[in-house]
Design a protein around this ligand. Structure first.
Ligand SMILES: [Zn+2]
Ligand SMILES: [Zn+2]
Length: 155
C-alpha cells in the first residue's frame, strides 16, 4: 500500500486505520443498503476486526432488522451516529468497513457488485468487475490469499 487507509466519522470522535488491505470489497445494491445509506449502494471492505486499529472513539453497535433474518449490527459513532462498519451475522472477527468513511474513499475499488437485481437503472457497472443478481461463490472469486485470511478467522 502506498497510503495509510485511515478514516473516521463526520465529527472526528471516531478515527481508525486499516493495518492492511482488505480481503475483498463489496459494492452492494440491495434495498437494505440503499435505505441505510440513503444512496444507491454501499461500499464495504471486508477485513479482519483485528486489522482495524481504532485510534479514537468507541463505535456503538446498533442492530438492524434484515429480510434475511441474519443479525446485522451497524457500528456508529456515539456522537454524530455515522456508520463506520458492520458486523453481518454476528461474526466478531470479521468487519465490513464503510469505504466512504475513509479519508480517501477512492483508495479501495469494488471487487464485486452484488444484489444488482435492485440496482438503480442510472448506475452503469464497469464491464471488468464481476456482478451478480444476488450473491456469488467466494471460492471462485476471492484471491487465494484472501480465502486463507478468511479461513484463519472463521475456520
Ligand atoms: Zn462522530
Ligand atoms: Zn446490501
Amino acid at each position: 500500500m502506498t497510503e495509510a487507509l485511515e478514516g473516521g466519522c463526520s465529527c472526528r470522535a471516531v478515527r481508525y486505520r486499516l493495518t492492511s488491505a482488505p480481503m475483498f470489497v463489496h459494492c452492494c445494491h440491495c434495498l437494505d443498503c440503499q435505505r441505510q445509506t440513503g444512496s444507491a449502494f454501499v461500499l464495504n471492505a471486508l477485513i479482519e476486526t483485528d486489522r482495524i486499529l481504532v485510534l479514537a472513539g468507541d463505535p456503538e453497535p446498533v442492530s438492524m432488522p434484515t429480510d434475511s433474518r441474519r443479525p446485522h449490527d451497524v457500528y456508529r459513532c456515539r456522537t454524530c451516529r455515522i456508520a463506520v462498519w458492520s458486523d453481518y451475522g454476528r461474526r466478531p472477527p470479521l468487519r465490513f468497513v464503510r469505504v466512504g468513511t475513509l479519508d480517501n474513499p477512492a483508495a479501495l475499488r469494488p471487487d464485486v457488485h452484488i444484489f444488482t437485481r435492485s440496482k438503480v437503472a442510472w448506475v452503469a457497472l464497469p464491464k471488468d468487475v464481476p456482478a451478480f443478481d444476488i450473491y456469488y461463490d467466494m471460492a471462485t472469486l476471492w484471491p487465494a490469499a484472501s480465502l486463507e485470511r478468511r479461513r484463519a478467522i472463521l475456520g
